[in-house]
Design a protein around this ligand. Sequence first.
Ligand code: HEC
Length: 169
Amino acid sequence: MRKNTVTGPRAGILALIMLVLAACSSPEEDTQIVDANSGYNTALDMVELMTLVLEPASDILWESAGWVTTTAGTEELYPTTDDGWAFVRAQAAVVVESGNLLAMPGRAVDQDAWQIYSEGLSAAGILAMDSAATQNKEEFFQAGAQIYSVCTACHQAYNPDILNAFDVN
Ligand code: HEC
């Protein structure tokens, strides 16, 4: 019986996989292999996840906290209606879940600091959700600051070049 021997095209594929495994010794490339078998759709690359999902949501949070002073006077940025608070709470939920999206197999760059920053992002997002639910301006402002510090800490650790790529204003 040849049923259990690997020959022909299958043997070729197996040899290829072995080659790929042998070539990929860095942790980053190992997570790519996990990705191929994870069943998660990671079609969005890191920059797309950042610019299309996480940044728009966090921008709304930052634009909804604090005050702006112009020559015309001081304007409060916080939501003024229940619907407005519900909307920023939903954006905070996107931030919470983005922490999970960053931590998942196929995206996680490592199992160490990367996971801590990802969890930190979710935790700060929960604070923003909670303070939006109670419409607590001071806590909402602090949550926004905490989110911002997680963004910059992770960028500093993993891609110092993009430190100033996004703006709070
Ligand atoms: C767990 C780590 C991590 C966290 C947390 C994180 N980022 Fe990023 N971010 C990255 C990495 C890594 C890149 C670079 C991706 C690349 O260039 O391949 C990036 C890239 C970006 C970019 C694209 C910059 C460019 O090249 O144009 C933006 C914008 C961005 N992040 C915004 C944010 C914001 C806003 C937050 C917080 C709300 C945040 N990021 C939190 C890791 C993180």
